[in-house]
Design a protein around this ligand. Structure first.
Ligand SMILES: Nc1ncnc2c1ncn2[C@@H]1O[C@H](COP(=O)(O)OP(=O)(O)OP(=O)(O)O)[C@@H](O)[C@H]1O
Length: 537
């Protein structure tokens, strides 16, 4: 349960919505129970009055009050159910946003090595099924459990008021056992199965994606059938384990319902005794058994939710592990920056986790406003150094720097519009700002001729742009960012020499007053510099 805590804390950040949503579910449940109980009472009353009249005894019945109450609860049940669905699903979508934002915030800091530890299919599974199982935690698990407990207590109180304390205690005891069977009982019997199931499903998804990705190679090697047969076996295991878990959930649901029905039969039997003793009228007698039957609705969702709790905990554990692995680089011995210094590295070690250090005892001081170029051949460690400056790789040693913006060597664009991609650099930028920066990177004309202009869709990872265009969009995004320190890793990849020279010249003005560290293979791939250092291994 420790694993669920960070996500529960996140969910509890909207207490008002959770209480309101819970109230709407409660109102729906109580309307349903009241509808059943009053209908039962009314049917019994009319039957008894009918019998009396048939026997020639004068009897009257008030049709209007119970008739009105039945209509009221029939309508309120429908209205509350509708409002509950709309409101709570809206809440779930808001929670989904919170969870995704928290997760992306954590994962955006993931080191390159951690990112590459997981396959694409595993990331897909983290961001879809793992997140889904957490965002419905409130609606599937927390609210139904709390409300089933609350409504059970109300029904037991009803038993104490209408019947007697003894009946109420016995009904309470049976309901408690039913509650435990439908919740903790299911969880204990399915948690391993359910947690393993989510791992197996992830493994199957990964295997299917790999099968599709490697289809050409499998076909060339004549192994498609054999590989597919392996997948089928894996899928069969997943479904048979699922069937096993579902059967357990089903038995617990049946057990809980059986107990609730037995408590209704018991209430009827106890009611007859009170009726015979003259302490209870016939119509009131049926109120409690029928309310108990109505209570079954509150228990229906519990076994399924608790049967999947094991998988939910497994999802939370995986996401927590990824977020922990993605904690921002811890700078052992962080220091305060001296005045007029933009970056200070003293005796730092640059290394990828599990690999030998690339640099030891690395020293660098960059003055505020300085333009530093770092040159080195392929594999000399430029990107690793840039990652360290940007805080993506931990700097082991004394390290401090100003707030920075980082242009990674690999161009990263999102499947969205040009505007949305640019606004990541400066969310408050106006259209005029965006056009002006596009002008500087020589893309204004290109997008002005598009029908959607700034709203042009860039495609998956900017696939509708050429490599050089995509690079310039990424560069524009960095140039829009107000951070005082700019780290540029191979800023002009994919640009021809003339374009590169023109943009580099303009960048001098655009980056005026900022500190710039640019890394590249050769001097012609750098914007203007005051100082250049060479990396040698
Ligand atoms: N995630 C990683 N895990 C382990 N080793 C890595 C990782 N990334 C890079 N390296 C290794 O670190 C060394 C430096 O790589 P880096 O990408 O920093 O060099 P670079 O100078 O930027 O190269 P290039 O100019 O080709 O991009 C290489 O030997 C590379 O194999």
């Amino acid at each position: 349960m420790r694993e669920l805590k960070p996500w529960l804390d996140l969910i509890c950040k909207r207490p008002g919505r959770l209480v309101m949503g819970g109230f709407l579910i409660l109102a729906t449940l109580l309307s349903g129970i009241a509808l059943l109980a009053i209908s039962g009472w009314f049917i019994t009353e009319t039957a008894l009055v009918g019998l009396l009249l048939a026997a020639g005894v004068a009897a009257t019945i008030n049709l209007y009050v119970p008739g009105g109450a039945i209509r009221l609860f029939a309508v309120s049940r429908t209205v509350f159910r509708y409002l509950e669905r709309v409101y709570n699903h809206d809440t779930v979508l808001r929670l989904l946003t919170d969870i995704r934002v928290a997760l992306f915030r954590g994962l955006s800091l993931a080191s390159r090595s951690h990112r590459s530890e997981l396959t694409g299919a595993q990331w897909l599974s983290r961001l879809t099924s793992d997140v889904d199982s957490l965002d419905t935690l409130y609606l599937r698990l927390i609210a139904p459990t709390a409300l089933a407990a609350l409504v059970s207590v109300l029904v037991v109180m009803l038993a104490a008021v209408l019947f007697d304390l003894q009946t109420a205690m016995l009904v309470g005891l049976v309901l408690l056992v039913a509650f435990l069977i439908a919740t903790i009982g299911v969880y204990l019997r399915t948690r391993h199965l359910s947690a393993g199931q989510s791992d197996r499903q992830e493994a199957l998804r990964t295997a299917v994606v790999e099968h599709i990705e490697g289809f050409a190679e499998l076909t060339a090697a004549g192994r498609t059938g054999k590989h597919a047969a392996g997948l089928m076996r894996q899928a069969h295991q997943v479904t048979s384990e699922q069937a096993k878990a579902d059967a357990r959930i089903g038995w617990h649901l049946a057990g809980a319902h059986l107990l609730i029905n037995l408590s209704a039969v018991f209430a009827l039997w106890a009611g007859f005794a009170l009726y015979q003793a003259g302490t209870l009228s016939g119509p009131v007698l049926v109120l409690l058994p029928i309310a108990l039957l109505g209570l079954a609705e509150a228990y229906t969702m519990l076994p399924d939710a608790f049967g999947k709790l094991g998988a939910t905990v497994a999802s939370a554990t995986r996401l927590n592990r990824d977020c922990r692995a993605s904690q921002p680089a811890v700078h052992s011995g962080a220091v305060d920056l001296p005045a007029d210094t933009a970056l200070l590295a003293e005796n730092i070690t640059v290394k990828h986790a599990g690999y030998a250090p690339l640099f030891k005892h690395f020293e660098l001081e960059v003055q505020a406003g300085e333009r530093l170029g770092i040159l080195g051949h392929s594999g000399s460690g430029k990107s690793s150094l840039a990652d360290t400056f940007a805080g993506v790789l931990p700097a082991h040693g004394t390290f401090a720097c100003q707030e920075r913006v980082y242009l990674t060597q690999k161009t990263v664009l999102f499947e969205d519009t040009l505007r949305a991609n640019l606004l990541l650099g400066s969310p408050a930028a106006s259209d005029t700002d965006l056009w002006s920066i596009l002008e500087q990177v020589e893309l204004a004309e290109r997008f002005a001729s598009e029908p959607d202009q700034l709203d042009t869709w860039l495609g998956s990872a900017g696939s509708r742009l050429s490599g050089g265009e995509a690079r310039r969009v990424a560069l524009a995004r960095v140039l829009l960012n107000p951070a005082p320190l700019v780290v540029l890793d191979e800023p002009f990849t994919g640009l021809d020499a003339e374009t590169r020279a023109r943009i580099a010249k303009r960048m001098d003005g655009l980056l005026d007053g900022k500190t710039v560290i640019s890394l590249a293979h050769g001097p012609d791939a750098l914007p203007g510099t005051d100082r250049v250092i060479y990396l040698s291994r």
